[in-house]
Ligand binder design. Structure first.
Ligand SMILES: [Zn+2]
Length: 182
């Protein structure tokens, strides 16, 4: 359930069967206020919880105002669009260039991982890659492609990565200065 609030913008209401009375306020990754309430909570009751905690929320939680929330949504949409137009093709390009074959390319935007490669040869790439320098983006792609042959971070794996990216150690380190979150 989503509540529209004049001060906080969209408020995400999560019903939680483990909550026994009371309510818990947190901030979602989009900067929106989120509240966990017991499952029986009606919209009316949720609004009442919100009103009676307004002061505490205001002073304790880093809520983005509705304008900022909208701006962030917009940026995210653009990033997703860019990622769709770029990442699958870049992956395909390097796969062809170095003779890898994968099953599928999946774009993700949750979590803390830049990419992953599953045993069914699906390569997942984080949309957040569109925010990092191209050389680091390419490194992640080459890293995941190398996982098609080595599903671990063994010596052999790194040897394969270094075939296509001599500076992989530097790139791995630089990547840590960025976060995949949008
Ligand atoms: Zn890896």
């Amino acid at each position: 359930m989503i509540i529209q609030d004049k001060e906080f913008g969209e408020v995400i209401v999560r019903k939680n069967s483990l909550m026994r009375g009371g309510v818990r306020f947190t901030v979602s990754t989009s900067g929106r206020l989120a509240m966990s309430v017991p499952t029986y909570t009606s919209e009316f009751l949720a609004k009442r919880f919100l009103n009676s905690n307004r002061e505490a929320i205001r002073t304790k939680l880093p809520i983005r105002n509705p304008d900022e929330q909208r701006a962030r949504d917009y940026q995210k949409k653009i990033l997703i669009k860019k990622a769709k137009e770029y990442l699958p093709y870049r992956l395909e390009y390097y796969a062809k260039l170095y003779g890898y074959s994968y099953e599928k390319c999946r774009l993700t935007h949750a979590g803390t991982r830049w990419g992953s490669c599953s045993s069914n040869r699906t390569i997942s790439l984080n949309i957040g890659l569109m925010k990092v320098p191209e050389v680091l983006r390419d490194y992640v792609i080459l890293h995941e492609l190398a996982h098609l042959n080595h599903m671990d971070h063994s010596k052999d794996f790194w040897a394969e990565v270094s075939l296509h990216d001599k500076n992989y150690k530097i790139h791995e380190k630089k990547l840590k200065m960025f976060s995949p979150g949008l």
